[in-house]
Design a protein around this ligand. Structure first.
Ligand code: PGA
Length: 239
């Protein structure tokens, strides 16, 4: 793993944003695996600004998001579909037919997950962006007794519900989500993980220096050949 310790979230956003812009300019029809949450927002802002300046185009970029809530309408402001449009897609020339999400409202969840995995296998993700949960989750792969392979429906842990319920002011936060599996995440050519703040220090330490165990799903990244970890000093404080 390549570990980059930076001053703050803005600096990380600039560095990771530049990494993505350079990668898109090098391969305009690149396939990106994307993440939601607070961590990638400065990165998305940087990419949108570079698009506005005419320094990058996303017109041939394809994206696959990591996860989506179950039983939350796609148009809800808290869906990850809405998040990605508000934070990135609506500020660029990406084509709607090139953006992909797991459908948390699918009638047949099993078929939905199988179909998403087939699409991922065909598309082959060039760069996967990740955040990390306080409990070491990646995507919504919560601590478990085994690593997941493909996409599946997960019951969210209390740690995740506590971290994310602040976004749900009117309706209660969903208790389940669909997520790409750890096996699918590991198939990406390159992985870039962002974490900031003291709340992430335990998870970052377990991911980098702990045993590889499904109790800390992010620890599997020790077995990937190309992982860049961008963290601030607080998240790095237990290393
Ligand atoms: P955050 O979430 O970026 O909002 O901290 C990361 C995650 O839970 O994976």
């Amino acid at each position: 793993m390549n570990i980059y310790i930076m001053e703050n979230a803005q600096e990380i956003g600039k560095a990771v944003g530049k990494l993505f812009v350079d990668a898109i300019n090098k391969k305009p029809d690149i396939t990106l695996g994307l993440a939601t949450g607070a961590s990638p927002i400065p990165t998305y802002k940087y990419i949108a600004e570079e698009y506005k300046k005419g320094n990058v185009s996303l017109k041939d970029v394809k994206t696959y998001n990591l996860d989506e809530y179950v039983n939350l309408p796609k148009e809800d402001k808290n869906s990850y579909y809405s998040f990605m449009h508000a934070e990135l897609f609506d500020h660029t020339d990406i084509k709607e037919e090139n953006v992909h999400f797991l459908n948390g409202n699918a009638e047949n969840i099993e078929a939905e997950c199988e179909n998403y995995d087939d699409m991922l296998d065909e598309a082959k993700v060039d760069i996967q962006l990740l955040g990390i949960g306080r409990n070491g989750h990646i995507g919504f792969n919560e601590p478990s007794i085994r690593f997941s392979k493909g996409s599946f429906k997960v019951k969210l842990t209390q740690s995740t519900i506590s971290a994310n319920s602040k976004y749900f002011d009117e309706n209660p936060m969903p208790t389940h989500a669909l997520t790409m599996g750890v096996g699918s995440i590991m198939k990406a050519q390159k992985i870039v993980l962002i974490a900031t703040g003291i709340d992430k220090a335990d998870a970052i330490s377990a991911m980098i220096s702990g045993d590889v165990t499904p109790v800390c799903p992010a620890s599997i990244l020790q077995f990937h050949h190309d992982v860049d970890v961008y963290i601030d000093k607080a998240a790095a404080s237990l290393l």
